[in-house]
Design a protein around this ligand. Structure first.
Ligand code: CMC
Length: 379
């Protein structure tokens, strides 16, 4: 038999088709169900975008009102789940709390084993509505703060910020957060979505697929990069008294040293986009709005310094995690909470893929080329 060609990391391999999103690296564009993501970010709420991903169409007023009512009435952390979160050490990573919470929500769901589209859509909506309370409470408990109950009169983004900080966020902050949720929602067959599809392909349940996806997202080569970006900023040193120019010079020097030492710098590069991530301009605009709102020009200096040096040395462009990290920092999130924010958003995309996978399911089971010892026998 001819030796099989191995595509390491499945790079360039087309595994299946999807109608949920289209990534086009040639034109640097990303479409959700046909709509450019930057158009959605400019004029939609995250709730509308989640419905678009699940159903294929933007909701009309009645559909949106129905989902809004559902989402707002499923936000609260149950006492049982709160107790389980409280039992977890505050030294564990917040992604471990998300993963555990998704698993508990599955175990508590009486329809968990019903894989009909109707049941799965209800599960997706419930998970999307419930995850912000988990993320917000986990950050609060680590700071020694009490749980903040959700407020039904606030939209998803405003309520998420309310539950995290216990005060109403200013409008530009809510807008930037909403944009980040939309941009993080979906990105075709990335590692975590593929994980969710692999799990679904065995006819396992939706919550198991989401739990597995959270595990895949945690890594710094994937979702964990937004957290890692902030560690880079911290390593360079954030000095509020500095001008943007001073910060930029220090960031450039740091990047030059890092590249000379052959370090991988998180927040740069992408498997699919080689000429810039389609989501970056929109998230960069949201970051600029945050820098202006909080009056923190030194952060844009650090941002520009790293980007310029990386561009000059290796022509590698930033990915979405690069502007998202400092934007979340400015909003007040603790750095380890950044990837759980990605989870809260990506639940929409993952669950849309779970439902799509089931429509034309085939067990995902690739082959491997054996390179161990030749056949041998016990003496
Ligand atoms: N810093 C320094 N060098 C880099 C980087 C980087 N961030 N990304 C790629 N390179 C270099 C890499 O060292 C290699 O150079 P050489 O050919 O000299 O060995 C070349 O570019 C190709 O890199 P690769 O890792 O083989 O390419 P890939 O397509 O497998 O990698 C990637 C894609 C995202 C894993 C990689 O760019 C990376 O590790 N980036 C940092 C992590 C990161 O920001 N991840 C978030 C991805 S986007 C959001 C998401 O999906 O979650």
């Amino acid at each position: 038999m001819a030796e099989a060609e191995i595509k390491k990391g499945l790079a360039g391999v087309v595994v299946d088709s999807t109608a949920i999103s289209k990534v086009n690296p040639d034109t640097n564009s990303l479409l959700y169900r046909g709509y450019p993501v930057q158009e959605l970010a400019a004029s939609c709420s995250f709730e509308q975008v989640a419905l678009l991903l699940w159903t294929g169409e933007l909701p009309d007023d009645v559909e949106l009102a129905d989902f809004t009512a559902f989402e707002r009435s499923h936000r609260a952390l149950s006492p049982e789940l709160k107790q389980i979160i409280d039992a977890l050490p505050t030294t564990c990573h917040p992604m471990d709390v998300c993963r555990t919470a998704a698993s508990v929500l599955g175990a508590q769901d009486p329809t968990a084993e019903d894989s009909s589209r109707e049941a799965n859509l209800a599960k997706a909506k419930t998970l999307l509505a419930g995850m912000p309370a988990v993320v917000a409470y986990d950050q609060r408990r680590r700071r020694g703060q009490e749980l903040v109950e959700p407020r039904e009169e606030l939209g998803y983004a405003a309520n998420f910020l309310w539950m995290t900080f216990g005060e109403e966020a200013a409008e530009p902050v809510v807008d930037a957060f909403n944009v980040s949720m939309i941009l993080y929602a979906e990105h075709s067959f990335n590692a975590s979505t593929f994980t969710a599809r692999v799990i679904t392909s065995t006819l396992s349940d939706l919550h198991s697929a989401v739990v597995g996806a959270i595990g895949a997202l945690k890594g710094p080569l994937h979702g964990g990069a937004n957290e890692a970006v902030m560690h880079t900023f911290d390593e360079i040193g954030i000095r509020q008294e500095e001008t943007a120019e001073e910060a930029e010079a220090r960031a450039k020097a740091w990047m030059d040293d890092a590249l000379a030492a052959k370090k991988k710098v998180m927040g740069f590069g992408h498997r699919v986009y080689k000429n810039g991530d389609s989501r970056v301009p929109t998230m960069k605009a949201a970051l600029d709005a945050m820098i202006e709102h909080y009056d923190r020009p030194e952060l844009i200096g650090l941002y520009n310094g790293l980007e310029k040096s990386m561009g000059e040395a290796k022509s590698i462009k930033p990915n979405l995690d690069y502007p998202a990290g400092p934007a979340y920092h400015l909003m007040g999130f603790d750095t380890p909470t950044f990837t759980p924010l990605f989870v809260a958003s990506r639940i929409s995309g993952w669950t849309a893929h779970v439902m799509e996978q089931l429509e034309t399911n085939a067990l995902i089971r690739p082959l491997s080329a054996y390179n161990g010892p030749d056949e041998r026998h016990l003496a």
